[in-house]
Design a binder for this molecule. Sequence first.
Ligand code: HEC
Length: 184
Amino acid sequence: MRLAILSTFALLGSLSLPSFAADPAALAREGAALIPPFAGQLLETVQSAMKEGGPTQAVEACQLLAPQIAEQHSQSPWQIGRTALKVRNPANAPDAWERQVLKQFAARAAAGEPLSEIKHAEIVDGEFRLMKAIPTGEACLACHGSAIKPELAAVIDQRYPDDQARGFALGDLRGAFSLRRTLD
Ligand code: HEC
């Protein structure tokens, strides 16, 4: 018991006793619950834009709406977004901690761990941070795969001149959801 308490403290690092209103497992569950509705709305938005106006309109919708959808699903004190080692929008580039977690995810995936189970939570500089792997699905290949239609590739090139987020295959690690919240 004593050992368990000590290790909880070790996990919480520099936090002082009154700070942990919730334990890390509860915070991880709270954060993880924000991911499915966020992912669902992103997919719905891209798919309905695709249906209405084809992939070009869907790229435009993504550019316009992805940041808004992230904002909308960031319920205080949580912030939610997406990142990847290879990004389309440089605004989604990982910070140092995210980069290291993404590399760890890639290594775990290469070692055979299913992407659907890969996640990581940690307290970093007084914030609770959580990441969850995003697999490349069938629905992603039109815009992130290796056979992007030339007219669509042209639109992507024009809007994202530094795009790195193509060439993915089904089942590849595409990136991760990344969440953070302050500890009060
Ligand atoms: C219609 C084209 C399109 C489809 C389909 C699409 N994406 Fe994207 N994706 C984009 C665009 C455009 C961006 C950049 C959005 C922005 O400006 O924030 C993006 C950004 C991302 C990012 C954020 C990191 C980055 O590269 O900037 C992730 C992660 C991502 N997409 C994953 C996926 C996944 C997973 C799927 C399939 C479920 C998917 N995308 C389907 C066009 C698409």
